[in-house]
Design a protein around this ligand. Sequence first.
Ligand code: SF4
Length: 275
Amino acid sequence: MIAPTQQAVAPAPRTLPDHISPSAAKSYLSCSLRFFFERVLRLPAPVSPSLHLGKAIHAGLQAFHLARWRGGNDSPEMLAGVFEVEFQRLEQEEGPVSWRDDKARTKAREDGLRVLAAYLDSGEAPTERPKAVEVPLDQKLDGLPVPLGGVIDLVTHDGVPVDFKSAAARPDPKQAAFDHEIQLVSYQLLVEGATGETPPSLDLVFLVKTKTPQVIRVSTPPADIARKSRVVGLLRLAVEGIAEGRFHPQPGMHCSWCPFRAECAAWPHGIRVAA
Ligand code: SF4
């Protein structure tokens, strides 16, 4: 738990972050105080089972896409092996994971293996060599005081940036595209900056952990000027808020899975904290 200190109460100098990523901006805009606990103070918190599983699935997908890119072993056995190793490694190195019990852990492990197998069978896995896998990009943009930075899971052979999500239920495509607009448009801006070409679409692929796993692609058209400027405006709001130390509670449904409720309840109104 944090206690306000003299240093914390003093007006914060304006300190710009090095860059802004779409995930940091989304996190800041969802709840700036949670962002502060998680990304500025880096308070320890138990890892949620869904976050843990999502990371292990992501590691399996990354190994598979890299194998497609390099022309290496892209077999289902390789993918399942990477997932199993990462599932254990992340538990040891980034845990503890807040499993309800051993049964929940076993189910999560099996869910991960099933959704990855479903992805390979789904027709959504790239058949041609991707342009890039896990590519870190950054880009200076008009109207944004620091560079936009991000790591794109996959850029397909025809230049489509793809982000993978694991989900417990089938997503509503319109809602999913709306929820992830900052990320999708940021990826477009990064791809355009790196290649000079506009992607034909901006894609999300959901790996859904239902009893029968589902793989759902949500494609949105590339953003026009209005969508881009809205997203750059949101990114700028996040940068300015972080730079000025504006961190405050923004209660909502997301509080149900926030690990910092005790710290939030002790939040002292009116202070600004240097990031
Ligand atoms: S409990 Fe809710 S308002 Fe408080 S920090 Fe967490 S997400 Fe933000």
